[in-house]
Structure formats: structure tokens, C-alpha cells
Design a protein around this ligand. Structure first.
Ligand code: ATP
Ligand code: MG
Length: 274
């Protein structure tokens, strides 16, 4: 439990998503969060991979209560928020409970209400989604002010990102997407991967993609997994850390202003009962 101070503007809600699994969403969420904290922002990470919790594992803590208890009415939002040593607050998910992996309408309402309550306590709410085009993933993406789709140079990550963007645009009315190119090889540039995706979306979908940046392929990421801490903390001068600091500065300096306004999307959805 950590949140205290109240902001005058609502949090920017940023969903970190992908089509293909294992492309680096959770590392991006945690390290972008840690970088924003270093830049004096108040950050909450919501582990929205509800049935396969990873955020707490990569931050090295075991939660006593999770979003599962919140949805079941057994804990309040303040009881489940954990303050990590890095200064990030976390809403942890649970592992291996099937009901939560497929949320029903009342579960969604509970989460939206809780996020709405938190909107003025943070500058950024980062939502680390599961991979794919399942209903939960779409729910969290649809409610976010900014959607960052993570891709890597593998062709399947690009085709799967295309599929997520297609569903979000055609079934959820989202037209603007940010793209983060992860695992860029040393002799390449994230814009090469970005160009492949935008070539397909420009041709077949009515959407707008913005290049948000890249994180280079770096052994520091894999080493950090062993220590269960953000790579930004254990290897601050690594290539991946430099890239994620650049990403955080870009997020601050060039915000996405989605209608009605950033974090209040969740609130808006709750009001509409959708
Ligand atoms: N920039 C990188 N450099 C090197 N390895 C990386 C990088 N990014 C991710 N990885 C590797 O990919 C693995 C998967 O990363 P991560 O758990 O963040 O992916 P994910 O998209 O959240 O996966 P899931 O879809 O299962 O939730 C990491 O454990 C790490 O080994
Ligand atoms: Mg993950």
C-alpha cells in the first residue's frame, strides 16, 4: 500500500501489448516504469496478464493478495497495491487461476472502478497485458490512453502485431498506435522492423502508427531476470538501459492525447457501462 498524494490531472494509461508472446512486454513495462520513477514520475504497473503473473516475479516479490482477491471482493485496491523498492507501485496478478484469466463483465467493472479511483494518484499507469487477441487483452487495450505494441525483428512478431492492430481498429475503434521495437540487433535499427509493420498497416488498415523507440538486444536483460530486478537498476549503463531511458523521456515529452483524455478512458468506459 503506497499511494498518497493526489494529482491535479489524471494518469496517462499506457497499455504495453503484443500479438506474439515473449517479445518483451513485461521487461518493457517494468523498466519503463523504473525509468519514469527516476524521472520523478509516480508510476503504477497493473499486471494484466491476469492468470500468469510475471511482474512480481521479475521484481522479486511474492504478493499476499492479488487482483484475484480484488475481483472476488476479498480485498480492497489499497490492500493489494505493493510498493516495490524501486519506487514503482504494482497491482499484482495471480498465477494458475483460470476464472481470472477469462474475466466476466462484473470482474471488468470492478477493475475499471478501482483504476478510476487511482487515476489522480499517479502520473502513469502502465498496463502489462498478456499476448494475443483474447477478450481481456482487448479490454485493457481499449481502455488505455496509449497503446504501445511491442515487436521484435522476428516475422511472426510483425504478423501477430498486425493482427492485434486490426482487431483493435476494426472492433474497438482504436486508430492510433505506438510501436516499440525490442531486441534490435547491434548492427541494425528499430526503424527497420517498424518499416515492415507500417508497410502492411498502411496498405490494408486505416490506422496511424507512431515509432516510439527501440530497445536493443542486450544480455543485460537476461541477466536481470536472474537477479529479479529491473535491468535499469542492475545494469544502468547497459545498451538496454540507455534505450529505455530514451523511451521514458520520449513518453514524457511527446504524450499521446487520446480522447476523452488519457487515464480517464477507464472512467469513461465505466460510465458507459461498456
Ligand atoms: N531487449 C532484449 N534483449 C535480450 N533479451 C530480451 C530482450 N527483451 C526480452 N528478452 C528476452 O525475452 C524474454 C521474454 O521477455 P518478457 O517476459 O518481457 O516478454 P513478454 O512479452 O512479457 O512475454 P509474455 O507474452 O509471455 O508475457 C526475457 O526473459 C528475455 O530473456
Ligand atoms: Mg509478460
Amino acid at each position: 500500500m503506497a499511494r498518497k498524494h493526489k494529482q491535479t490531472t489524471p494518469a496517462q494509461v499506457i497499455a504495453i501489448t503484443s500479438g506474439k508472446g515473449g517479445v518483451g512486454k513485461t521487461h518493457t513495462s517494468i523498466n519503463l516504469g523504473a525509468a519514469l520513477v527516476q524521472l520523478k514520475k509516480k508510476v503504477l504497473i497493473l499486471d494484466a496478464d491476469l492468470g500468469l503473473a510475471n511482474v512480481n516475479v521479475l521484481l522479486g516479490f511474492t504478493p499476499k493478495a492479488t487482483i484475484h482477491e480484488l475481483v472476488a471482493g476479498k480485498a480492497t485496491i489499497d490492500e493489494i497495491i505493493i510498493n516495490d523498492n524501486s519506487g514503482i507501485d504494482v497491482i499484482p496478478a495471480t498465477s494458475g487461476i483460470q476464472e481470472i484469466a477469462s474475466l466476466d463483465e462484473s470482474g471488468r467493472q470492478i477493475i475499471m472502478t478501482a483504476l478510476d479511483e487511482l487515476a489522480f494518484s499517479y502520473d502513469y499507469i502502465i498496463v502489462d497485458t498478456a499476448a494475443g487477441i483474447g477478450k481481456n487483452v482487448m479490454f485493457f487495450n481499449a481502455g488505455a490512453g496509449e497503446i504501445i505494441v511491442v515487436i521484435n525483428p522476428e516475422p511472426t512478431s510483425i504478423t501477430d502485431a498486425y493482427a492485434v492492430i486490426k482487431v483493435l481498429s476494426q472492433s474497438y475503434g482504436r486508430k492510433d498506435f505506438s510501436i516499440l521495437c525490442n531486441s534490435t540487433p547491434r548492427d541494425s535499427n528499430g526503424k527497420v522492423t517498424f518499416a515492415k509493420l507500417i508497410a502492411a498497416t498502411d496498405r490494408f488498415l486505416n490506422v496511424s502508427l507512431r515509432y516510439r523507440g527501440e530497445i536493443g538486444h542486450d544480455m543485460a536483460v537476461q541477466e536481470a531476470v536472474r537477479t529479479q530486478r529491473p535491468f535499469l537498476e542492475v545494469f544502468p549503463s547497459s545498451r538496454a538501459s540507455m534505450d529505455v531511458m530514451k523511451l521514458a523521456k520520449n513518453v514524457i515529452e511527446d504524450p499521446v492525447r487520446a480522447a476523452p483524455s488519457g487515464g480517464m478512458q477507464f472512467f469513461f468506459h465505466a460510465m458507459l457501462g461498456s
